[in-house]
Write a protein that binds this ligand. Structure first.
Ligand code: UDP
Length: 327
């Protein structure tokens, strides 16, 4: 198999690239290296079956050229991270909508199957305890720029469904819920690498608001094989699948667990949202709770995450200790 991984130098993309190479694939990585980094591919940098291309998913000619060389596409290239989206909502919209359209068009032109990476963010503020793929999008007003990420990902999904319906494109959509693990940076807002970095540095862990907001974190190594299994399963094509963790934790409890696992002497402090995001303006609205129902992925491919939260935190800490990562 020859696979194209857009965003292959990013956090999830680099793990997927390693996984595909280990399975015997030839892999082309397309990445513009804004949030991704070649350092993420250090372990496979000189692999004879890896080719890296620096460029944008919005560059239609480049995307068409690269899609022409492969048998399948994993589209993970996107502008991500709450901080990035608040800082540049227009950039996020354009990259995440135009990039998706350009990759879908090329996959259609060359008749190759494609995995479209979407996000749990599309559910917005929907407060259902366990979200299923049929649940509603509940977004705040578009003036609040946080929701532009959800809007863009929802458009990318709609484009995918459109190509499936109109052109019988072999496409599968996944909604990723708080994927975490080694190589994820905390620089753009993600809470696990931020807390681990703070704990390792002996700095206070910054819990935004009261800390009662809840998430399910999932190890990237549980996600990666599921991406491949779903794209390889023809009966999954045309479908949408939640992928995430099982255990719900509130953010104050997450902070306590990070302190415990890293044996840190850091204190845990509460930071008002306004203060946390004040440099980015009033574009932030919290999501109080978000947890996936993954029954559909379980029924389709036997998806079941294996890494618990303690293992996730320990793996992120081991990575940060080794890499001296800045958070
Ligand atoms: N969060 C926090 N402190 C931080 C960074 C994030 O308390 O330093 C909170 C954030 O407000 C949210 C949760 O952690 O409630 C998860 O944030 P993340 O950006 O990782 O994921 P998302 O909100 O997109 O689910």
């Amino acid at each position: 198999m020859r696979s194209l991984v857009t965003g292959g130098a990013g956090f999830i993309g680099s793990h997927l690239t390693e996984h595909l190479l280990a399975a015997g694939d030839e892999v082309v990585v397309l990445d513009n290296l804004t949030t991704g980094s070649m350092a993420n591919l250090a372990s496979v940098r000189r692999h004879p079956r890896l080719r890296t291309v620096t460029g944008s998913v919005c560059d239609e000619a480049l995307v068409r050229r690269e899609v022409a060389t492969v048998d399948r596409v994993f589209h993970l290239g996107a502008l991500v991270g709450v901080f990035n989206i608040l800082e540049d909502p227009l950039g996020g919209l354009r990259t995440n909508i135009r990039g998706a359209e350009s990759v879908l068009a090329a996959a259609h032109e060359h008749d190759v199957p494609i995995l479209m990476a979407s996000s749990s963010e599309v559910y917005g503020k929907n407060s259902k305890p366990r979200l299923t793929e049929q649940d509603d999008q509940v977004l705040g007003p578009p003036q609040l720029s946080r929701w532009t990420y959800a809007e863009a990902k929802a458009v990318a999904e709609s484009l995918t469904y459109g190509y499936v319906a109109k052109h019988a494109l072999r496409a599968v959509t996944v909604r990723l819920f708080n994927t975490v693990g080694p190589r994820q940076t905390g620089r753009y807002g993600m809470v696990v690498p931020r807390f681990v970095g703070q704990a390792l540095a002996g700095d206070p862990l910054t819990v935004y608001g009261g800390g009662a907001q809840r998430r399910c974190f999932c190890h990237v190594l549980d996600i990666v094989p599921a991406l491949v299994a779903l794209l390889e399963d023809e009966t999954a094509h045309g479908g949408t699948f939640n992928l995430g963790g099982l255990e719900q934790v509130d953010i104050a409890e997450l902070a306590r667990r990070v302190v415990a696992v890293t044996q840190s002497s850091s204190e845990i402090v509460h930071v008002e949202y306004q203060q946390a995001y004040e440099t980015y303006g009033p574009g932030f609205e919290e999501v109080p709770s978000r947890a996936p129902d993954c029954a559909k992925a379980f029924a389709q491919i036997g998806y079941r995450p294996r890494h618990d939260l303690a293992t996730i935190v320990a793996d992120v800490a081991a990575y940060q200790r080794a890499a001296s990562v800045l958070v």
